[in-house]
Ligand binder design. Structure first.
Ligand SMILES: Cc1cc2nc3c(=O)[nH]c(=O)nc-3n(C[C@H](O)[C@H](O)[C@H](O)COP(=O)(O)OP(=O)(O)OC[C@H]3O[C@@H](n4cnc5c(N)ncnc54)[C@H](O)[C@@H]3O)c2cc1C
Length: 454
């Protein structure tokens, strides 16, 4: 039987219990509104997701906040969780090595390697550093806060164009970007302007300070703490399938047959999942285009542990950036001391993530272990595959963060987050001044003010 309504006389229904939805709900309650939150998963947190039963509490989602995360630091204090500077843990141990074609290379070896396709002046730049370094040094975006202004539209071109203009050949672009893209699946499907905005945000973070904060015991404790602050219901297991607004109110329909009504609805769903929700009346123009078209980053991860420190045996860093099917191996230093390795997080982005996903969990894990063992015989028989997590395959995400394709920043960003009648939007994809978790919180502030002023 359909679940009974648990909340009546609501001012606002918030859809999604990620940090943006939880923050918006809290802000509106502070102003005296009656709010309920509906969440599809059986947990809160969305893209903040910690494996609390694995050693070192590996993070499958949100990693850390910078010192400039005013909203994030404030939310953590309110939620009663402890932030610790984990920057030294990221930097602990030997620096990761570059593995090209199955062979380990130091930076010096790479600089003179015959397979190095980078321009002469940049031979010692590692592939993983190249895109961010070029953006940092040569961004054509004078004011990063103006990224979505019409005046910046000329920069809304494929990342490929920017990288070509910096003197990178196609093989150099493939290695520096497409093997493990931060945004997009390759240099053609992402706007350079989006990365220039991100570069500005990163620089502003460094100006505020160089610490990286994580939540003690796992980042998942942040949204759990934020949810506890709410007076209204946070109802789990409520997959939204339709949203209807009229001149006088709004109704939300869930997959289990239950319905909820309120004066207004705030939707924090990523557009990758919202595009499967029936919206009545339908959206139009750039907003409809955005909901249907904006892409989400493919990102998949395997969590491995080692029964013995094979990196001591072969004398090489446990960290690996490979140009092959094993992706990037990131040692986790979350034990009692920063030296201890609590596990290996193996990450694939872009088309490699899609390939792992198509193999499926078991085959992907076996392939990853086999690849590492082939490169490092000392690892043979010592790797334990414990977990596989794909953001693309998560029904309630359909990918990691939103990214804009060439032309989409200018065409969609100024329009896509405006309210449609009594339906309002928040979530990291709607942030225009910050990125990541801080962007999600920024969007919550914007939407809360929007609802209060409506
Ligand atoms: C691997 C990874 C690493 C990251 N690292 C960092 C970092 O280091 N620093 C940083 O600042 N940010 C980082 N981020 C980004 C940060 O985690 C996100 O920006 C932020 O958590 C997004 O919050 P949100 O509320 O916008 O979206 P979400 O957390 O995705 O919340 C949306 C909610 O809606 C729910 N939902 C979706 N569809 C439905 C439906 N149909 N019905 C009901 N509920 C639904 C979801 O279950 C989810 O709970 C990272 C993200 C990932 C995935």
């Amino acid at each position: 039987a359909p679940a009974k309504k648990t909340a009546t006389g609501l001012d606002v229904l918030v859809l999604g219990a990620g940090v943006s939805g939880l923050q918006a709900a809290w802000m509106l309650e502070e102003q005296g509104l009656k709010v309920a939150v509906l969440e599809g998963r059986q947990r809160v947190g969305g893209r903040v997701m910690t494996l609390l039963d694995e050693p070192g509490y590996p993070e499958m989602g949100f990693n850390s906040m910078g010192e400039g995360y005013g909203r994030g630091i404030d939310a953590a204090q309110r939620a009663g969780v402890t932030l610790e500077d984990i920057g030294s843990r990221y930097r602990a141990g030997k620096p990761p090595m570059l593995w090209m074609n199955g062979q380990p290379l130091t930076r010096e070896q790479w600089a003179s390697h015959p397979g190095n396709p980078f321009p002469d002046s940049m031979k010692s730049v590692l592939p993983a550093e190249m895109v961010n370094k070029l953006l940092a040094e040569r961004t054509p975006l004078a004011d990063w806060n103006a990224w979505a202004d019409p005046a910046s539209a000329a920069l809304d071109v494929p990342l490929h164009d920017f990288l070509r203009a910096q003197g990178l050949s196609d093989p150099a672009i493939r290695l520096a970007n497409d093997v493990s893209p931060y945004y997009g699946t390759n240099s053609w499907d992402v706007s350079a302007l989006m990365l220039e905005f991100n570069d500005g945000f990163v620089k502003a973070q460094f100006e505020a300070g160089t610490k990286s904060f994580g939540v003690k015991g796992g980042n998942l404790h942040l949204p759990i703490g934020m949810a506890k602050l709410l007076k209204g219901d946070v109802i789990l297991g409520k997959e939204i399938v339709a949203i209807e607004t009229t001149d006088s109110g709004a109704t939300v329909y869930c997959r289990d047959g239950s319905t909820f009504s309120a004066k207004r609805v705030i939707c924090s769903l990523p557009f990758s999942t919202l595009r499967h929700v029936k919206i009545m009346p339908g959206l139009s123009g750039a907003q409809a285009e955005a909901v249907s078209q904006i892409a989400y980053q493919p990102l998949s991860m395997a969590f491995l542990t080692a029964t013995a420190p094979f990196w001591d045996e072969d004398g090489l860093s446990p960290g690996m950036w490979t140009d092959g099917l094993a992706g990037t191996v990131i040692p986790q230093h979350f034990g009692a001391t920063p030296e201890e390795v609590t596990g290996l997080l193996v990450q694939a982005r872009g088309s490699l993530a899609n390939y792992w996903d198509r193999l499926g969990r078991e085959k992907a894990l076996a392939m990853i272990v086999g690849q590492i063992e082939a490169m490092r015989p000392a690892a043979k028989g010592k790797l334990m595959a414990r977990n596989y997590f794909s953001w693309s395959q998560e029904v309630f995400n359909g990918g990691d963060w939103a990214y804009f394709g060439p032309g989409q920043v200018s065409r969609l960003v100024p329009e896509m987050s405006k309210p449609s009648g009594r339906l309002h939007f928040c979530g990291e994809h709607t942030a225009t001044g910050a990125r990541g978790l801080e962007g999600a919180l920024e969007s919550a502030e914007r939407v809360a003010l929007e609802v209060l002023e409506a």
